[in-house]
Ligand binder design. Structure first.
Ligand code: UD1
Length: 352
């Protein structure tokens, strides 16, 4: 069986590391990796391949930047050529990025079955490019691997019941595999356990509006906590473009370049609280049983909010400040994500 895996953005490298490690054990599966190039800075891409031991992609399309249509369109054209040449049995895509959508669309149009890992997540906010990518990808997929039972339900509501499997979250496998890897990030920045807030902000809805970006960073400053934030290239670019960077420098916020996965897990594990708009970081916070403040208006992992293990604050300055000061996770952290054997279960289904 030959699988063509499409990856392109940071969270997909992490998921691919876990899945490819399991696939490598089986001689009857050949996996060919295509990197679209969506993320390309060394700290956003190569570092993950080096440190997580991901097989070298056979193709790198170097497609990045531009509008959504330009990025996705260029990917479609290049991916189709490779699909026709490689003639895989399956195309495998992860999550909700433009690379996910391009892989699913190019493949399904030439009748190659699509495997979607992380199927069924919904935020019900179509303003998010990711939500459009998820919905379209799920409707084009033949095998849909869901991280939660809620995700299975969401698919059912949209009439998708064939080929759907609840296998748990592959990000949970990754956290179990890698969260005990020691790094020196705490010493490097003189951080004390449980005394800092780990923050990540990168979603277009937050970064592309000056007002929202200002609300978020004003709140971080006003919180008077020690904040550590590795800056996504988009966020850095926007802070500079809006001439906001100097306003927040030399305050209580420590700005870093993007960090590696082990460092991110270590910062999460030891933080007092997490403030994020990332769907990956908020789940990692949950797996590591941390209080999480979600700087978004909607969320795919609704269970976290219902159970009061996390709080949705949007980009409202006062709500962010109050949550940083007062909100604390209830602390039960029920298990919605399976038992960290997601990659194994997916491979089992594929071989069957
Ligand atoms: C993408 C995904 C999002 C995922 C996120 C993880 C889509 C629509 N969104 O958003 O679901 O959570 O990745 O990070 O696919 N850039 C650099 N260097 C890099 C990478 C990006 O400068 O290494 C720049 C790009 O040129 C662009 C901006 O950052 O201007 C945003 O990149 P983009 O590819 O749109 O994706 P993300 O915002 O990272």
């Amino acid at each position: 069986m030959k699988i063509l895996t499409i990856i392109g953005a940071r969270p997909q490298f992490i998921k691919a590391a876990v899945f490819s490690k399991v696939v490598k054990k089986y001689n009857d599966i050949e996996e060919v990796i295509i990197h679209t190039g969506q993320h390309y800075d060394k700290n956003m891409s190569q570092i993950f391949f080096d440190e997580l031991d991901i097989p070298k992609p056979k193709y790198n399309l170097h497609i990045n930047g531009g509008s959504h249509a330009q990025q996705t369109g260029r990917m479609l054209i290049e991916l189709e050529k490779i699909f026709l040449e490689e003639k895989p049995n399956f195309i495998l895509v992860y999550g909700d990025t433009n690379s996910t959508l391009a892989g699913a669309l190019a493949g399904s149009k030439i009748h190659i079955p699509i495997i979607h890992i992380e199927a069924g997540f919904r935020s019900h906010d179509k303003e998010m490019p990711e939500e459009i990518n998820r919905i379209c990808t799920d409707h084009m997929s033949s095998l849909l691997f869901c991280p939660t039972k809620e995700a299975v339900n969401e698919l059912k509501k949209e009439g998708i019941t064939q080929g759907v499997h609840f296998v748990g979250d592959i990000m949970y496998d990754a956290v179990k595999d890698f969260s005990n890897t020691q790094t020196n990030i705490l010493e490097k920045y003189s951080l004390e356990k449980e005394k800092y807030i780990y923050c990540t902000i990168h979603r277009a809805q937050n970064t592309d509006s000056k007002e929202k970006l200002q609300n978020i960073f004003d709140a971080l400053v006003k919180s008077d906590e020690q904040i550590i934030i590795p800056l996504h290239p988009r966020t850095r670019k926007k802070l500079e473009e809006f001439k906001l960077f100097s306003k927040y420098e030399n305050k209580n916020i420590l700005f870093l370049e993007p960090i590696n996965y082990f460092e991110s897990l270590e910062l999460t594990k030891n933080a007092k609280k997490i403030v994020t708009d990332s769907g990956g970081v908020l789940r990692e916070a949950y797996f590591l049983q941390k209080t999480c403040i979600v700087v978004r208006d909607s969320i795919e992992f609704v269970e976290m909010i219902k159970d009061e293990e996390g709080i949705l604050v949007g980009s409202d300055k006062e709500k962010i400040i109050t949550a940083i000061k007062e909100f604390k996770a209830k602390g039960e952290f029920k298990n919605y994500f399976g038992n960290a054997t997601t990659a194994k279960q997916i491979v089992k289904v594929l071989r069957r």
